[in-house]
Design a protein around this ligand. Sequence first.
Ligand SMILES: *Cc1c(COP(=O)(O)O)cnc(C)c1O
Length: 379
Amino acid sequence: MTNIPFGKPMIGDVERDAMTAVLRGTTLTHGPKCAEFETAFADYVGVKHAISTSNCTTAIHLGLIACGVGFGDEVIVPAMTHVATAHAVEHCGAVPIFVDIDIETGCIDPKLIEEKITQKTKVIIVVHFIGLPCDMASINAVAEKYNIDVIEDSATALGAKHNNKFAGSLGKLGCFSFYPTKHITSLEGGMLTTDDDHVAAKVRSQRAFGYDKGLGERQIAGVYDIASLGWNYRMSEGHAAVGHVQLSKLPYFLEQRKKNAERLVAELCKISGLSVMPPVHKQSHSSWYCVNIIVSEKLTKSRNELVGLLNAEGIGTSVHYPVALPHSKYYSQKYPIAKGKFSQAQHLAANTISLPCGPHVSDQDIVRIIEKINEILSP
Ligand SMILES: *Cc1c(COP(=O)(O)O)cnc(C)c1O
C-alpha cells in the first residue's frame, strides 16, 4: 500500500534542466526568465500585466500598497482564509475588517460586506476558496458603489473561471502562489496580475527597493534613483525557469484534478452525514485545489477522528483552514471579538477535511479513498 500525500509537486526532468541551465549561466536574478514567465502567465490569465514576486504574501502586500492602503486604513478580509491574506494587511499598518463566509461555498458572503464599509475602507480582498471563484458580480457592484478596489487572493485558483473569465482578471488585481502544493510550483513564488498600468508600474518598482529604473533601463550601470520605500520581493531566475515549465503543464494538471475531483464528489455526495463543497456554483467554476467535505454532527465520528483514521490508512488530508482568523490567537488578542461571531467560518474550521485530487492521485487511489471513507463511516 502506497501513501497518497495531500499534495505532491510534479517536478520532472524539464524543470530540473531549466533550473540547471540558470545555474550554469551568469544571470541569477533580474533576467529574461522572469520576463518570459510573466509574459506567458499574463497571456494565460488574460491580463495586460503579470509581475513575478517572491511569494503570494508579498504579492498581496505590494498590491495593497499599490491601491494606496496605508496606516489606519481598513481592508475587508474573509474570516476563512490562509493567514497570509490578513497578515499582508497588517504589514501595511492597516486593519483587517473580517467578514463571515457563505457556508455553501466557503467564499466571503457578499451580503455582509456593505455593512462593514466605512470612510476608511480602501480595499476588499476576496479569496477564491479552495479554487472556487467568489460571487464577483455582487462584490464588484459593492466596490464600485463606494469606489473601493478589489484584490483577488487567487493563491488556490489558477485556472478557475467566473463568467468565463479567469480568476486573477476579475478585480483590480490578482495574486497567485507557487508554493509546492499549489496548482503549479516554482519552489516558492508568486505572481500579481492586473490590467492597470499604474498599479503594474508601482508594483514593478516596489518589488525591487523602489528603484526608479529597472536593470535594463539604466543608462549608466549601477546608477538609479529611489522613487519610494520598496522591498526586495523579487523572484529569482531559477524559480522563474521552473515556474514557466510548470505553467506549460497546467492544462494537463487541471484536467487530472477535474477528473479526480469529479469522481470523488460524485461518490462522497452519496454518504449521509457528509456534505461536499460544490465544484460549480452559479457562474463560478473551480480549479479543484482539493475536495472539501464537511462532517455533520450526525456522524458517530468527529472530524479529527476521521482524519486520524484516514491518515492511518496512508490517505493524506489537510484542513482549509484550521481556524477562523478573527478567532486565532494573534488576531483575537489584537482585535477582541464576541464569542459566536463569524460562526460560519468557525463551523467550517471545526468540521472540514480537505482530500487530495492533484495530478499525483491515480484512479486506484481515488477508489481507495472512497472505499476507506465508506468503510470508516459504515455503522
Ligand atoms: C497559499 C496561500 C497563500 C500564501 O501563499 P505563499 O505563496 O505561501 O505566500 C495566500 N492565500 C491563500 C488563500 C493561500 O492558499
